[in-house]
Write a protein that binds this ligand. Structure first.
Ligand code: ADP
Ligand code: MG
Length: 340
């Protein structure tokens, strides 16, 4: 059982600038598994950008071209679980042996191994064995190796041996072609105006983009509703709202400090230097704007100030925004950073 999903094919993985490198590397690996310098091939990128789809496509393609090769797809989470079970049942060696005889090993979401030293250790040995024997290893992760945390150095250095290719957020045209392909496969017609509207408004996650389209298809075929722009607007709004992440006060302080190139500890300090005071006031203002925290709670988290200080900060920011152009630019820039 390879655990591969045949629907996740290369054909259905639409190409765009955002994924060209990763997709081409995937095709190269599929043509010559273990025989390219892309070993391991590591695909990284944010949620819903196609990592799982792409690695399945590679596996499916290899199975097609080389039916005799054993290809195994497994999530890092399941791999970890299996490993833990094997230790409990005293057959750790069988576990290792099972993985060492695979021709193409695909492990999805390796960030899950963070902090799990036992599993990392066993994976290190399996990896070395496969690599030395010219077998192909394919990995996905939500981050580039340099940004991974709590993964042992020796494993990270192995990850860097081959190629790390990023999946970025697709541009508008690619989003449109993904939507059109989905509609085509489902045999559904939808006005271009609607497709454009959805693709324009759901930008950062292909899964959400598909979700919105599926919801529209369902509305039109089960509820017999005509798919109008108004309906599209409602559906898109639901998707965007449901997934809007709540920003934390820590995150706001980090973004504001980064913007003014200072440390969070400087922003929180007691100093009265004007630019630091302003940064602190901005952090308080954004905390009030973007979180549900009380003034007292905001104050205590941003340098242990009281609620009156926070209130004063919010008023000051409001005033400065309407009188000082440069200051207004700060507010706009930071707002943008906090809204992505
Ligand atoms: P990830 O593993 O990065 O979270 P997935 O591989 O699960 O993302 O992709 C989410 C959804 O988006 C899947 O249904 C996948 O088929 C689809 N998808 C992502 N990128 C593309 C693409 N380039 N072309 C077609 N579908 C895509
Ligand atoms: Mg995935």
């Amino acid at each position: 059982e390879s655990q591969l999903n045949p629907n996740y094919s290369f054909e259905n993985f639409l190409e765009g600038d955002s994924n060209r490198l990763a997709r081409s590397a995937g095709l190269a690996v599929a043509a010559k598994p273990g025989g390219t310098s892309f070993n391991p091939l590591l695909i990284f990128g944010g949620v819903g950008l196609g990592k799982t789809h792409l690695v399945h496509a590679i596996g499916v393609d290899i199975k097609d071209k080389y039916p005799e090769k054993t290809v195994l797809y497994i999530s890092a989470e399941k791999f970890t679980q299996q490993y833990i079970d094997s230790v409990k049942k005293n057959n750790r060696n069988d576990f290792i042996h099972f993985y060492q005889i695979i021709d193409v090993l695909i492990i999805d979401d390796v960030q899950f191994l963070s902090g799990k030293t036992g599993t990392q250790d066993v994976f290190f040995h399996i990896f070395n064995h496969l690599h030395q024997n010219g077998k192909q290893v394919i990995l996905t992760s939500d981050k580039a190796p340099v940004d991974m945390q709590d993964i042992e150095q020796r494993l990270l250095s192995r990850f860097k041996w081959g190629l790390s290719a990023e999946l970025q957020t697709p541009d508008f045209e690619t989003r449109v072609s993904i939507v059109k392909n989905k509609l085509y496969r489902d045999g559904v017609d939808m006005p271009d105006e609607i497709i454009d509207y959805v693709a324009k408004n759901i930008k950062s996650n292909v899964r959400e983009l598909e979700g919105a389209i599926i919801s529209l298809i369902a509305q039109s075929s089960f509820n017999k509703k005509e798919v109008t722009i108004d309906l599209a607007r409602i559906v898109v709004e639901k998707f965007v709202k449901n997934t809007k992440r709540e920003v934390s006060i820590d995150y706001i302080q980090k973004v504001v400090s980064d913007y003014f190139q200072m440390d969070v500890s400087t922003l929180q300090s007691k100093t009265r230097k004007r630019h630091i005071v302003q940064a602190r006031q901005l952090a308080m203002f954004f905390a009030k704007k973007f979180t549900k925290a009380s003034l007292a709670s905001i104050g205590s988290q941003i340098g242990k100030r009281d609620h009156a200080t926070v209130l004063h900060a919010c008023k000051t920011v409001d005033n400065l925004t309407s009188t000082d152009k440069q200051f207004k630019k700060y507010v706009d820039d930071i707002t943008k950073k906090l809204s992505v």
